[in-house]
Design a protein around this ligand. Structure first.
Ligand code: KG4
Ligand code: ZN
Length: 357
């Protein structure tokens, strides 16, 4: 079975083809991503109108490229999967309307998938014809504990089986990646902030700045907005200023050393917070496997701490499949189709910008 995935929930226009071999092996044949991130960088974050317009321009060439790379014609595609939510309305609309149209025109069943849940499905791809991909050796086993951490989401989920899961916790405010992006802004680093904060953190002392860890009613819920404000207050204090000092001016008055210390201390607290929840859930639920998915899974400090603190190894997939992509959408669609889940109606499938897991 071959499934075409389509993803347009934020600023990446993506299409991919996956091929199932037997019931357990899923092979990635193409993973095409066109990002409008450079257009948003000047604004320090995603501008929804620019993202939607970019999707409109890119979507058909991206799908063509994904089919060409997969050496697959429409006759060989068995199903189409598309992200219906959560995400930006204007962005989701382009992907969903394209998928609905193709489903009708090419007479293919259409599967509607949840983007956040799909991040976990990137880890079910174990083979590929593409060069330079480092994939897990085997699909994760259930019960599976998954931490999904990206610019838009922070979810800790226990999967008992496909489509049978329990959200153990999530963020009450900012997502983990969003906190990286906001701290990057305070430090005057480029967007997206995760990679730039992580790079600067290498030069800093992660114990030099005292920052609080949010205390919440459930040990599986997260909050990163207070931490971001604590970084701001610490930065103002380092600059010899009070809380009225404008955050946009901090980048001019802080030394490189101070910025590196703030980056390293912030990153340590985020990693400690995430790993503490993972450890508590591992002890309580005894999962067979643990995965960390989403853009923040690229963070090396998070990986190091997870490795040294958790009783079993964590599965990560290639970084190109951690950040937003359509391979994870196609993989998720494949499991829907193979488990005989009901396809969506191509005449009426609507977007769900607030879709919950
Ligand atoms: O999964 P993703 O591409 O998009 C969403 O679905 O949101 O994740 C992007 C997020 C951004 O917030 C980015 O700053 C963060 O992942 N990120 C990182 C790293 N690389 C990307 N955060 C921390 N450390 C990294 N190395
Ligand atoms: Zn995502």
């Amino acid at each position: 079975m071959k499934v075409l995935g389509i993803e347009t929930s934020c600023d990446e226009t993506a299409a991919a083809v996956v091929h199932s071999i037997g019931s357990q092996r899923l092979k990635l044949l193409s993973n095409t991503v066109a990002s409008s991130v450079d257009l948003h960088a000047a604004f320090g974050g995603v501008v929804p109108e620019i993202a939607a317009r970019s999707h409109l321009e890119a979507i058909l060439p991206v799908i063509d490229e994904a089919l060409r790379t997969a050496k697959t014609g429409w006759a060989d595609i068995d199903a189409i999967a598309v992200t219906a939510g959560p995400g930006l309305s204007g962005s989701l609309l382009i992907g969903v309307l394209t998928a609905r149209t193709l489903s009708l025109a090419k007479k293919k069943p259409l599967y509607s998938v949840n983007h956040v849940e799909s991040h976990v499905y990137a880890n079910f791809l174990t083979e590929t014809t593409l060069p330079a991909y480092k994939l897990p050796n085997q699909a994760p086993n259930f019960p599976l504990l998954a931490l999904i951490v990206s610019g838009g989401h922070t979810q800790l989920v226990l999967f008992h089986d496909h489509f049978n899961y329990r959200v153990l916790g999530q963020t009450a405010d900012d997502a983990a990646g969003e906190a990286f992006d906001k701290v990057a802004k305070i430090l005057g680093l480029p967007y997206p902030g995760g990679p730039s904060v992580a790079l600067l953190a290498q030069k800093g002392d992660s114990n030099s700045v005292k920052l609080p860890r949010a205390k919440l009613d459930s040990r599986y819920n997260f909050s990163f907005s207070g931490l971001k404000t604590a970084v701001l207050r610490a930065a103002q204090a380092m600059a010899g200023q009070d809380y009225t000092f404008p955050s946009v001016k901090l980048r001019e008055v802080l030394t490189d050393r101070q910025k590196a210390n703030l980056a390293a201390s912030f990153q340590r607290v985020v990693a400690e917070t995430l790993v503490a929840s993972l450890l508590a859930a591992t002890e309580q639920f005894k999962p067979k496997d643990i995965v960390i998915a989403g853009g923040v899974a690229a963070n090396q400090e998070l990986r190091r701490l997870a490795r040294s603190s958790l009783p079993k190894p964590v599965t990560y997939t290639d970084i190109k499949l951690c950040t937003d992509n359509a391979a994870m959408i196609a993989a998720h669609g494949y499991y829907q189709a193979s488990r005989r889940r009901a396809p969506a109606d191509p005449l009426s499938l609507s977007i769900q910008p607030d879709m919950a897991m």
